[in-house]
Design a protein around this ligand. Structure first.
Ligand code: AMP
Length: 403
């Protein structure tokens, strides 16, 4: 038996998932949240299906990440299949920003930690929390190889003209301003699943992946390689999201600074936390937005119309980028679960060879399902993403490469 543990450390939470790698099966998963608050919380799901409600919830004081990881280690020790960690061959850490330094999963050592630290200016909220997780896990599991898997790495293949912004060259040279893209493990996993399902080598397929969750991003994948993606220097650019604005005329910031006296911090909060679906109709959960729209709410209707219009624009743009388009994949919370958003995003695209079959769309089942009409030239698929499994697989490959 070969096991890999995946850790995703946020500023006040640690998610974990233990995989049995021979079958790609989750053995245990859970979450420690509200770390540092008076009432922290440990949620465990010991069954295979991590989307189940947690099987065990405990309120405990977890003052810092070190204790959170200790708690996870203790919880795993009680799990018979963990067997004292005897089968654990690696720990994979999700790291949000790898900048231009990291284009592949990387074994963690002191130099790697220092390089990730150097990238903090590019991800000031995420990379510090990821680093704490890596440092604490190294101390807790000193004999287990640890691997950093970067959200940005898959998009390091973008050509120069796709990742450069048309701003003074010094912004790139001195401040590393460029498109990095995010959700890389999800885009990569979905592209692989799609190729496997279609029975064709990934290297032959041109695909658009639409990751539509609370955060949303699109990518253009040529022959298994990311050639463009909608998120940019940060995960704010591109598609409209739950609370993020997506594409925007940058002069709007200058205008709001001058006219409304908004500070940089206020603009940051407005664009990241008070925009998108939430900014337009007050809620960021697409299920609620769709229910409000069905009840005749005009603001919700506008929010959904903008949401699907922007997806459609990216489909058109990336179709042009790829030339020949073989498949479109919908994934993540909204992409996997909302037939309505899928249908509206792909409406009236028959002239581009894209048509969804309403019955197949409504009946789509995980983990992967084709929903295009019989005469649609482009295949349209609903694919369940699994970023943790992808991190586990990349971790295992990285550990084995090193042996
Ligand atoms: P994720 O970030 O991938 O967990 O996705 C979260 C988003 O998926 C939220 O906006 C949810 O409202 C949305 N979502 C989940 N289930 C559904 C559904 N059945 N219909 C529409 N949106 C959904």
């Amino acid at each position: 038996m070969t096991q890999v543990l995946v850790l995703n450390c946020g500023s006040s939470s640690i998610k974990y998932e233990l995989f049995e790698m021979d079958e790609g099966r989750a053995l245990a998963s859970g979450l420690v949240e509200r770390i540092g608050e008076a009432k922290s919380c440990l949620k465990q799901t010991s069954a295979e299906c991590t989307s189940n409600p947690p099987s065990h919830v405990a309120e405990v004081a977890v003052p810092h990440h070190r204790q959170g990881i200790d708690m996870i280690r203790r919880v795993l020790s009680e799990n018979a299949s963990f067997d004292g960690g005897r089968h654990l061959v690696g720990i994979g850490h999700r790291v949000v920003h790898g900048g231009e330094t990291f284009s592949r999963p990387t074994l963690i050592d002191d130099h790697v930690l220092a390089a990730i630290k150097g990238l903090i200016p590019l991800a000031p909220l995420h990379n510090p929390a990821n680093l704490v997780g890596m440092e604490v896990a190294r101390a807790a599991f000193p004999d287990v190889p640890q691997v950093a898997v970067f959200d940005t790495a898959y998009h390091q293949t973008l050509p120069r003209y796709a990742y450069h912004y048309a701003v003074p060259q010094d912004w790139y040279d001195s401040y590393h301003v460029r498109r990095y893209g995010f959700h890389g493990t999800s885009h990569q996993y979905v592209a692989k699943q799609l190729a496997r399902h279609l029975g064709r080598p990934a290297g032959e397929l041109n695909t658009i992946v639409l990751h539509l969750g609370n955060g949303c991003s699109a990518s253009a994948i040529r022959g298994g390689v990311s050639v463009d993606t909608s998120m940019g220097l940060t995960p704010l650019e591109g598609l409209m999201m739950g609370t993020r604005c997506g594409d925007l005329d940058p002069a709007i910031l200058i205008h709001m600074g001058k006219e409304a006296g908004m500070s940089l911090a206020a603009l940051d909060a407005a664009l990241n936390k008070q925009s998108g679906l939430k900014g337009l109709c007050g809620v960021n959960d697409m299920r609620e937005v769709l229910a409000m729209e069905a009840d005749g709410d005009g603001a919700a209707n506008l929010a959904v119309e903008i949401f699907v219009y922007r997806i459609k624009k990216y489909i058109g743009a990336y179709h042009a980028v790829l030339g020949r388009l073989d498949a479109i994949a919908f994934t993540a919370g909204i992409g996997q679960h909302s037939p309505e958003i899928r249908a509206r995003s792909c409406s009236d695209l028959e002239s581009m060879g894209i048509a969804i079959d309403p019955a197949l769309n409504t009946a789509a089942e995980p983990p992967i399902c084709e929903i295009q009409t019989a005469d649609s030239r482009v295949k349209v698929l609903v694919v369940s993403t699994d970023e943790e499994l992808e991190i586990a697989q990349q971790t295992l490959a990285c550990v084995r490469d090193d042996q």
